[in-house]
Design a protein around this ligand. Structure first.
Ligand code: FE
Length: 212
């Protein structure tokens, strides 16, 4: 029993959430799959946020964030908007429809479309986990927005994420590595071992080779 088959990790089930924060006038948000209720008295929610995400730094500095629970009504556009671009490069709320979010008392957005519940969280403890920081939080507000089921990672993979297009062979016979998580494509014969997807931050293991 000394196997380390990392595919076992894919058997863990996860929900999907928009994690939003505010620092100064800047509003931002990212997609996470790591919001979990970890205690009931007092109610406690933990979230793990990748340090590469701009939202991570905003939560670390302000100690506040909101979590909107993504439902099966969510469109791929929501994942693309919050998951496939960085708040370092774009203002994610500049072009996000005003009708799709509201602000909490702290001025942090809640996503109200394609979601079924939201929480305002106050960070009580932080644990450095290497790639991620675990924020252990106390909810200061929570509400239900819809009766639609929560979107699991598996549901997203099977029903929301567009199916990869068929690929053939280009005249140049290029090798393309596609991120199986977000669809980002890297062109080149070899994908470096330490390659990290610039979009979703997943490692080389999550890329598949495509010849076209
Ligand atoms: Fe990716």
């Amino acid at each position: 029993m000394n196997e380390m088959n990392t595919k076992a990790m894919y058997k863990l089930s996860y929900g999907l959430f928009v994690c939003t924060a505010k620092r100064g006038d800047k509003l931002n948000g990212c997609i996470i799959n790591t919001a979990v209720q970890v205690a009931s008295d007092p109610n406690t929610i933990s979230i793990a946020v990748n340090k590469a995400n701009f939202t991570h730094d905003m939560i670390k500095e302000t100690g506040l964030c909101n979590i909107s629970v993504i439902s099966n009504d969510a469109k791929f556009e929501l994942f693309k908007h919050f998951g496939f671009q960085s708040g370092r490069d774009v203002d994610k709320f500049a072009d996000f429809p005003k009708s799709s979010y509201e602000l909490s008392d702290a001025g942090i957005p809640f996503i109200t479309e394609g979601t079924n519940a939201c929480f305002a969280l106050k960070v009580k403890q932080e644990v450095d986990l290497g790639s991620h920081t675990l924020f252990i939080c106390e909810p200061t507000f929570m509400t239900v927005l819809s009766d639609t089921s929560s979107c699991t990672y598996e549901y997203y993979q099977n029903n929301i994420k567009p199916k990869p297009q068929a690929v053939g062979t280009t005249p140049k016979g290029e090798t393309v590595w596609r991120c199986t998580i977000c669809g980002y494509e890297y062109v080149g014969e070899d994908l470096p071992d330490d390659f990290i997807c610039p979009i979703c931050k997943h490692p080389k293991d999550d890329f598949e080779k495509i010849i076209r």
